[in-house]
Design a protein around this ligand. Structure first.
Ligand SMILES: Nc1ncnc2c1ncn2[C@@H]1O[C@H](COP(=O)(O)OP(=O)(O)O)[C@@H](O)[C@H]1O
Ligand SMILES: [Mg+2]
Length: 250
C-alpha cells in the first residue's frame, strides 16, 4: 500500500507514495526543510484518517508548532482534534506537553550520574519506549522523529552508537507506523548505519547555485521496492508547504 506524503510533486516520483509501515531517512542541512516535510507528511495523514505524531528530541515543541502554524497545515486544529500529536522528549523539556502524556512518559536520567538532566540527551532505548507508549495509547499510523542526530551522540563509543541506532530503527519497525527519521546531513558521501537500516533515504540540499543564489533541492538516494531516479529536483517553499519541481539543470 502506498502512503501519500502530501508533498506536492513528491509522491509522483516514488510510484505514488511511501510504503506502509516502513522507515525512511530524511537528511539535510539546517534550514533545508526537514521539519516542514515532516509536519506536512503528518498533517496530510491526519486529514486522510491516519493520525500521526512528531517526536521532538532537539527543539522545543512550542517553536516547532509556532513555525509550522505559518503554513496552511491546520496544525493547531489537528492537535485539538487529537489527530496530530507533538511529543517532547528532548533534554530539559516538559514531558508530554501538548498532550495528556505527562503521566505515561518517563524521563530518562539513568545515564551517566554526573550528567546534568538539562543537557543529557535521551537514550535510544528510552526514546523508543516513549514512542511505543504513545503509539499504543493514540493509535497513530505516522511518525516523525526529529532527529536521529539528537540520540546519536549518547553512546560511549562509535561502535556502541552504531549498534544502538541500528537497534532503535529495528525497534521502530515493530510499531507498524510509516516513519520519517530526520537527520542532519553532515557528509553526503558518508554512509551511516541509519542509511543502511532505513528503507529509503531522501536528501534535502541547501546550496549556492552557479549564480551565487541559494538553491534548494530534493534528491532520492534510495527507495527500496520503488522505481526512481537520483536526480536533484528544485524544492520550493509555498504557503501550502513544500513543493517538488522539475530536475535541476547542471
Ligand atoms: N512560512 C514560510 N514560508 C516560506 N518559507 C519558510 C516559511 N517558514 C520557514 N521557511 C523556510 O524554511 C526554512 C526552515 O525549514 P525547516 O523545515 O525548519 O528546516 P530544517 O528542519 O531542515 O532545519 C527557513 O529557514 C525558511 O527559509
Ligand atoms: Mg528542523
Amino acid at each position: 500500500m502506498r502512503i501519500k506524503t502530501g508533498i506536492d510533486g513528491f509522491d509522483e516520483i516514488i510510484e505514488g507514495g511511501l510504503l506502509q509501515g516502513r522507515q525512511y531517512l530524511l537528511s539535510g542541512s539546517p534550514g533545508s526543510g526537514k521539519t516542514t516535510f515532516g509536519v506536512q507528511f503528518l498533517a496530510a495523514g491526519a486529514l486522510a484518517g491516519e493520525p500521526g505524531a512528531y517526536i521532538a528530541l532537539s527543539e522545543s515543541i512550542d517553536t516547532i508548532v509556532e513555525d509550522m502554524s505559518r503554513y496552511n497545515f491546520h496544525v493547531n486544529e489537528l492537535i485539538d482534534k487529537k489527530k496530530l500529536f507533538f511529543l517532547d522528549i528532548g533534554p530539559n523539556k516538559n514531558y508530554g506537553e501538548y498532550n495528556d502524556f505527562s503521566t505515561i512518559i518517563t524521563p530518562d536520567y539513568d545515564q551517566k550520574i554526573d550528567d546534568s538532566p538539562e543537557t543529557t540527551p535521551p537514550s535510544p532505548q528510552s526514546v523508543f519506549k516513549n514512542v511505543e507508549t504513545l503509539v499504543k495509547h493514540t493509535g497513530v499510523k505516522r511518525l516523525v522523529v526529529d532527529s536521529l542526530s539528537a540520540i546519536r551522540f549518547t553512546a560511549q563509543s562509535p561502535a556502541q552508537e552504531e549498534r544502538s541506532i541500528g537497534k532503535f530503527i529495528r525497534n521502530l519497525k515493530t510499531l507498524d507506523c510509516t516513519t520519517i527519521l530526520l537527520s542532519e546531513l553532515i557528509k553526503p558521501d558518508a554512509y551511516t548505519i541509519e542509511q543502511f537500516a532505513s528503507h529509503g533515504v531522501i536528501f534535502l540540499h541547501n546550496f549556492m547555485d552557479k549564480n551565487d543564489r541559494m538553491a534548494r533541492a530534493l534528491q532520492i538516494i534510495k527507495m527500496r521496492g520503488t522505481k526512481h531516479d537520483c536526480d536533484m529536483r528544485t524544492l520550493e517553499f509555498t504557503p501550502k508547504g513544500l513543493r517538488v519541481r522539475k530536475e535541476l539543470k547542471a
